[in-house]
Ligand binder design. Structure first.
Ligand code: IPE
Ligand code: IPE
Ligand code: MG
Length: 246
């Protein structure tokens, strides 16, 4: 079944180059099993491995995952601590596998708010995978779309003040190139798990024309087969970008 879907999406062609995912529903997955929420986060890590490898199989070039939002800092401190531990755990367990699979990994978000151990984990995985190029994996941690845009505005103002940039030359490229995603094209497909139909401050600028796909599957249950299903759905759509059909 999973192989059929993979073969189908490959033969369809037009695989999305850049897929972004809001990985949601870990807490509900755990609650439905009378487990602590952190168990859901733990199981969710397996789904990360699953989609990274599924993306490679499908031929996706860039995968951007929302792992921890700036707003998630407001959760109980025990849950925040568990999530930060999980980040270090992920890096410790997965770095060699990421490298073997050719996955260049980068962290997007406000690093200044990370603890020493979390920051060290981030730098370790980035450094260890910097020469890989089969898949570009972006892990959004302490990320907020509004913070990203505010930061870009601050950078632009500083460049104008220093005489490096003329006000007339402030265009969309000037903004895009100052985002955490500067090196990446916009996502083609955005997947949100757990059925919530909202963006939750993710990639606000970048998703202007991204195709949205919401699935009720909770993140810890999400498999590569679900990823392939989302890509097949994407391939049935017509992206018009405001124009009329050919
Ligand atoms: C997503 O799962 C993981 C993070 C936001 C860190 P949640 O923890 O939001 O799970 P639900 O939405 O409460 O089920
Ligand atoms: C969005 O999920 C953030 C991540 C998946 C990391 P949330 O669970 O934090 O979002 P809301 O609160 O449902 O909007
Ligand atoms: Mg949630």
């Amino acid at each position: 079944m999973v192989d059929d879907r993979l073969a189908q999406l490959k033969s369809n062609g037009d695989v999305p180059r850049h897929v972004a995912i809001i990985m949601d529903g870990n807490g509900r997955w755990a609650r439905s099993r009378f487990l602590p929420r952190t168990m859901g986060h733990h199981k969710g890590m397996k789904s990360v491995r699953e989609v990274v490898e599924g993306a490679i199989e499908a031929g996706v070039e860039m995968l951007t995952l929302f792992a921890f939002s700036r707003e998630n800092w407001s959760r109980p401190s025990s849950e925040v601590a568990a999530l930060m531990d999980l980040l270090a755990d992920y890096v410790a367990k997965e770095t060699s596998r990421l490298r073997k699979n050719g996955v260049r990994t980068r962290v997007l978000g406000d690093r200044s708010s990370l603890s020493g151990a979390a920051l060290e984990a981030v730098e370790t995985v980035e450094q260890a995978t910097k020469d890989e190029s089969r898949l570009q994996l972006g892990l959004c941690i302490s990320y907020s779309g509004r913070e990203e845009l505010t930061r870009a505005a601050r950078m632009i103002a500083a460049d104008v003040e220093a005489g490096r940039l003329d006000i007339e030359n402030i265009d969309e490229q000037a903004v895009s190139s100052r985002l955490y995603t500067a090196a990446l094209p916009d996502p083609d497909l955005l997947i949100r798990t757990s059925g919530e139909q909202r963006i939750s401050n993710f990639l606000l600028w970048q998703i202007a024309y991204t195709e949205l796909y919401v699935t009720s599957v909770l993140w810890p249950d999400f498999t590569r087969e679900d990823l392939f299903e989302a890509i097949l759905d994407y391939q049935r759509r017509e992206r018009r970008f405001g124009r009329v059909s050919a």
